[in-house]
Design a protein around this ligand. Structure first.
Ligand SMILES: [Zn+2]
Length: 289
């Protein structure tokens, strides 16, 4: 079923009914969840608010564009990374939709698969041991070569380097470029943007999801997909559709702002596609818990 023009109370009722009867909840969260928390990575206003001056100076129109922009010098590249990580991963508070989601699911048997690298789940009180984040996390650096699979927690480094530049500086001092302690290559954010991404530590964590599915075989499962778009649909969207299809008694709910994509789910009685803004939906639903 597709629920587009359905009222908010009706959408809440559908979600509450499904959540109340589930014995094993599998949550998939994409960029739409962070966008509803104010971190819209494709939005010019968000970009200008968090990173004033970048649009005027370089022309990019969003955080996503800046992430893939070829800055003219390493010092400017690092200024973007340092300011980006400091603002989004460390300074930005936990978003209300994440806090609401935590309130809704905290007492339920659940696991989370997310492509978001902004750490919002960790800030909002979710159990780290229940989260798979195969795209990495902005709070880690890795070697740019990479000479090994080691990850380097970067909070102190980032805050120290950030303190050396002002809000109108677009380059960091050359001496501040962080270096791999093993080979001396520059350190880069550990997020999946190029083939150099160090992914082994996260592939190991992916086992959390597999273990959860195995441990809950035969139980009433609900796949709850939140704000997952088409940037990397293979990680959550197609995976959830496949896992859901393979389990005859599982249910699935997809909540998305733009939900008019063709999908097999439309034809399933045990699947619901709810079109709507996650912010108000999670806020209202959290009142029930
Ligand atoms: Zn190295």
């Amino acid at each position: 079923m597709i629920y587009s023009n359905t009222s908010l109370p009706q959408k809440i009722a559908i979600l509450k009914t499904a959540l109340d009867k589930t014995e094993a909840l599998i949550i998939g969260a994409g960029a739409g969840l962070s966008a509803s928390a104010g971190l819209d990575y494709d939005n010019l206003d968000t970009f200008n608010t968090l990173f004033p001056g970048y649009h005027d100076r370089y022309g990019m129109k969003s955080i996503n564009e800046a992430d893939f922009y070829q800055f003219p010098t390493p010092e400017e590249q690092y200024a973007w990374w340092i300011r980006n990580i400091a603002a989004i991963r460390y300074d930005y508070p936990p978003g209300k939709p994440y806090l609401d989601l935590h309130r809704i699911v905290k007492d339920k048997n659940h696991v989370i698969l997310t492509t978001n690298t902004d750490g919002q789940f960790f800030k909002s009180g979710f159990d780290t041991d229940k989260i798979c984040f195969p795209q990495g996390d902005l709070s880690f650096f890795q070697c740019s070569t990479p000479c090994n699979d080691e990850l380097y927690p970067n909070e102190q480094m980032v805050k120290e380097i950030r303190s050396h530049i002002g809000n109108t500086d677009f380059a960091i001092p050359s001496a501040d470029i962080p270096r791999c302690p093993h080979c001396g290559s520059p350190l880069i954010p550990n997020v999946r943007r190029t083939k150099k991404f160090v992914e082994n530590p996260w592939l190991e964590k992916y086992q959390i999801l597999n273990d959860f599915l195995a441990a809950n075989r035969g139980k009433k499962m609900l796949f709850l997909e939140l704000g997952v778009g088409f940037n990397t649909p293979g990680i959550i969207r197609y995976e959830f559709e496949f896992l859901f299809k393979m389990r005859k008694y599982a249910e699935m709910i997809r909540i998305n702002l733009n939900v008019v994509e063709i999908t097999l789910l439309y034809k399933e009685d045990r699947a619901a596609v709810i079109q709507g803004d996650l912010g108000p939906i999670l806020s209202k639903l959290a009142e029930e818990y």
